[in-house]
Design a protein around this ligand. Structure first.
Ligand SMILES: Nc1ncnc2c1ncn2[C@@H]1O[C@H](COP(=O)(O)OP(=O)(O)OP(=O)(O)O)[C@@H](O)[C@H]1O
Ligand SMILES: Cc1ncsc1CCO
Length: 337
């Protein structure tokens, strides 16, 4: 258990969705709903210290997910995203559909001012370049200085030495949460000097952004990484694991076809940033809830047997938009190990 300084949240103008009957997935190609001008309505609140709370089994019941998701919809946290080119569109739409407010801002000149407006930060290491790396480091430092939660997605960590070093640089900036697939978490933990298990060493190789390891393979490394860096670590896969180094929550939602939707992982990491920004004192629980929300939405979108990843991508947005009102949360399956 440890202390993070957080700014509770900023408030934002909302815009009327009442007239929209179909989900945003259907509107996807017609309307961009990222409304940067609404950011001008943000107001900052006083800084306060918040404890990261332990998770109890009752909080993992479907009602707990519903409560946490409603909180996201009420607070509508602004998430400052510095992400890769591939994920920008899906990530922004996932955040909007689930009830948060995305802003993709990466210019070094703008980082400091923008972080003052945001409730949380997402940093993704995909399509890495040196000028963006400078922005990422500055944003992470600024988030910590302002006491705002920030989430690291170490895309393809271990694929090249440059990428691994960049991930380590960001790791030293104290992320609140790290979310990666099995290979990424194993490679990051090893690079950070966490003792390796034999199974983890065997699974270390990765073939780019896709994982060659399961989430089970990475669990012991995830716990070591979380304990060593006093953060929450989430490993995604068939079962998602979320740990603070002591407690482990398993999330049993999702569909295998998500691995064929590029940037699904990047987008769920942004959703984690939104859930944690809405409940910063419950980063472990909020991370598990974000993964469950994404998973139940994917399951709901597959209930009519989608033809393939294209319709899953659209259906996912629609189900995230239907969110708590669809009853999908009842299918949430979270477990304290
Ligand atoms: N076999 C599976 N069954 C069910 N859900 C899965 C499976 N594999 C991944 N998922 C889900 O897909 C989402 C993305 O996880 P994944 O591990 O594929 O991320 P990633 O490799 O980082 O993705 P990307 O690089 O495309 O952003 C998570 O919500 C996870 O729960
Ligand atoms: C395909 C791809 N390449 C760099 S980032 C990214 C998105 C999935 O991580």
């Amino acid at each position: 258990m440890y202390i993070h300084k957080v700014l509770p949240r900023s408030r934002f103008c909302s815009f009327d969705l009442a007239s929209i009957t179909a989900g945003p997935g259907c509107m996807h190609s017609f309307v961009s709903r990222t409304h940067l001008p609404t950011l001008a309505c943000a107001s900052m609140q006083a800084q306060e210290e918040v404890k990261i709370e332990q998770v109890s089994p009752e909080q993992l019941e479907p009602e707990g997910l519903e409560r946490q998701w409603r909180l996201v919809q009420e607070k509508r946290p602004l998430i400052h995203c510095i992400t890769n080119f591939v994920s920008m569109d899906l990530m922004a739409n996932v955040l909007l559909a689930a009830g948060a407010s995305p802003a993709m801002v990466h210019s070094l000149d703008e980082i400091e001012d923008f972080m003052k407006l945001a409730s949380g930060l997402l940093i993704n290491m995909g399509t890495l370049s040196s000028d963006w790396l400078a922005s990422k480091k500055l944003a992470a430092k600024q988030a910590v200085a302002l006491g705002k939660p920030w989430v690291l997605d170490p895309v393809a960590c271990g694929a090249t030495p440059v990428r691994t070093r960049a991930c380590l640089d960001l790791l030293s900036c104290h992320p609140t949460v790290i979310r990666g697939n099995g290979s990424e978490i194993i490679n990051l933990a090893e690079a950070a000097g966490c003792a390796s298990t034999q199974e983890a060493a065997q699974q270390r190789a990765c073939s780019g952004v896709d994982s060659t390891a399961t989430s089970d393979d990475a669990l012991s490394q995830a716990k070591l990484l979380a304990a060593q860096h006093k953060c929450i670590v989430a490993v995604s896969g068939k079962v998602d694991f979320v740990t603070d180094g002591v407690q482990v929550v398993a999330v049993h939602n999702g569909v295998p076809m998500l691995t064929l939707v590029t940037a699904a992982g990047c987008s769920v990491t942004a959703l984690i940033a939104a859930f944690v920004a809405a409940s910063p004192h419950q980063a472990l629980l909020a991370t598990a809830h974000a993964l469950a929300a994404f998973g139940v939405a994917a399951e709901a979108s597959c209930s009519g047997a989608p033809a393939g990843p294209g319709s899953l991508r659209v259906g996912l947005l629609d189900e995230l938009y239907r969110g708590v009102s669809s009853g999908a949360c009842l299918g949430a399956h979270l477990q304290l190990l």
